[in-house]
Ligand binder design. Structure first.
Ligand SMILES: Nc1ncnc2c1ncn2[C@@H]1O[C@H](COP(=O)(O)OP(=O)(O)OP(=O)(O)O)[C@@H](O)[C@H]1O
Ligand SMILES: [Mg+2]
Length: 388
């Protein structure tokens, strides 16, 4: 093996793990762990860090294969595979402070990170699925848009000193950006900590826009990796297990109420997409001290997204869930603190849906009315549970 294949995973300027990559950019050997405390959260170092686990972690942070237009993105970056894309972009994103570089690369974090340095935004509309059909291919070099997970077309932009995430829709329904905006307005009204989403139109397509939720020097640990900190005790629910893992990171029992609120909100808003990368913890990347649970984000898949209008009635009774239990009906049974439902504006969601959907042509009146009807029903069911 030549040193040309030797790479080091860095956390800011701390060398963390030396590895070798094969020709397909897959990690095939862990050579050395330099700094145990900075090994990505949830990777097992006691049971000896496995190269395949590390490989999964590295490529999980990156642009999803399920993203629409992935072929155009690869072509525009002049690479043959997603793995090549990640390594050529040094794994640099805007959600954490990890990056990977060749062992002999002398660049420092301050020179390369996108939190402090500008990034090239030219041609980046392809990340939103927007391009002229004649000239699909762009010439793109180095962008955090290559290290951004999730399936919805999205891109980071910088306006003055702020960094924003713009998200379009995964399919032609165009409902996600409206949903992000509606749920964000609702959470604002009922005083629940959340990422604030607004709407913008790009090339006549509705998109949501939000600020990067991280302050300078912070990073996100997804619930998926946090939950790996402990082996789950069979008698614990997945909620209890997650709370135990968060406590290992130094968070207090008060997070229980925040997680109860998240379950209630997902129930009421019919959000079926709260998988374990859609909730998280925020920590300081220098001190490694955990700050808090991440504010609620990614509510695009609420309000019966992807369910045809005529199927909403039936789907409503058996709505799926990806967080702590398989169905929303079962998930809400984990709630022990229903105080959120006492908020005097808890029913404001119905007016917000009406107002936001009314002002656009993307959601027809028939669909809007059915959505409101069944969301109202969900709200009443939740309130009834509170009284049990
Ligand atoms: N405002 C933000 N600030 C910083 N990081 C963010 C922000 N919003 C999202 N992220 C990060 O980017 C990832 C992808 O974003 P998001 O979940 O909104 O996309 P998505 O495509 O809707 O995801 P999914 O596949 O779950 O539908 C999140 O898991 C999170 O780590
Ligand atoms: Mg997501």
């Amino acid at each position: 093996m030549t040193t040309g294949n030797e790479f080091i995973l860095f956390h800011k300027d701390y060398p963390v793990i030396s590895v070798t990559l094969n020709e397909g950019y897959k990690i095939n050997k862990v050579l050395k762990v330099h700094n145990e405390s900075r090994v990505p959260t949830g990777l097992d170092i006691k049971g000896k860090l496995s190269h395949s686990e590390l490989d999964d972690w590295l490529y999980d942070r990156a642009i999803s294969d399920k993203r629409k237009d992935i072929d155009i993105i690869l072509e525009s970056n002049n690479v043959k595979s997603k793995r090549e894309l990640i390594i050529k972009n040094n794994g640099l994103g805007l959600c954490d402070c990890y990056w990977i570089k060749k062992a002999n690369d002398a660049r420092l974090w301050k020179d390369v990170n996108y939190f402090e340095n500008t990034f090239n935004e030219k041609g980046n509309n392809i990340y939103l699925g927007i391009y002229e059909s004649k000239s699909k291919k762009q010439n793109i070099k180095f962008t955090p848009n290559n290290i951004s997970s999730g399936n919805v077309p999205k891109m980071w932009i910088r306006k003055e000193d702020e960094i924003y995430l713009v998200k379009a829709s995964e399919d032609s329904s165009r409902q996600e950006p409206y949903n992000e905006y509606i749920v964000s307005k609702y959470l604002d009204t009922i005083d629940v900590k959340h990422v604030e989403y607004n709407m913008v139109w790009i090339n006549k397509r509705p998109c949501s826009i939000c600020k990067n939720m991280l302050n300078s020097g912070e990073e996100i640990l997804s619930a998926f990796y946090v939950s790996k900190l402990l082996k789950k005790d069979k008698k614990d629910s997945y909620l209890e297990h997650y709370i135990k893992c968060c406590k290992i990171l130094g968070l207090k029992d008060t997070i229980r109420k925040e997680l109860n609120n998240m379950i209630l909100i997902d129930y009421i808003t019919a959000n079926t997409d709260r998988h374990w990368s859609n909730f998280a913890v925020i920590r300081n990347a220098e001190t490694l001290k955990t700050k808090c649970l991440a504010p609620i984000f990614d509510n695009g898949a609420a309000l019966f997204l992807k369910i045809p209008t005529r199927e909403i009635k039936d789907a409503n009774y058996k709505l799926l869930c990806q967080s702590f239990r398989r169905t929303q009906k079962e998930n809400i049974k984990l709630v022990t603190d229903y105080s959120l439902l006492k908020h005097k504006k808890i029913e404001s969601l119905l007016d917000i849906i009406n107002d936001v959907y009314k002002s656009n042509d993307d959601i027809e009146d028939g669909r809007k009315n059915i959505i409101i009807k069944y969301i109202q029903q969900r709200m009443h069911t939740a309130v009834k549970r509170k009284k049990l």
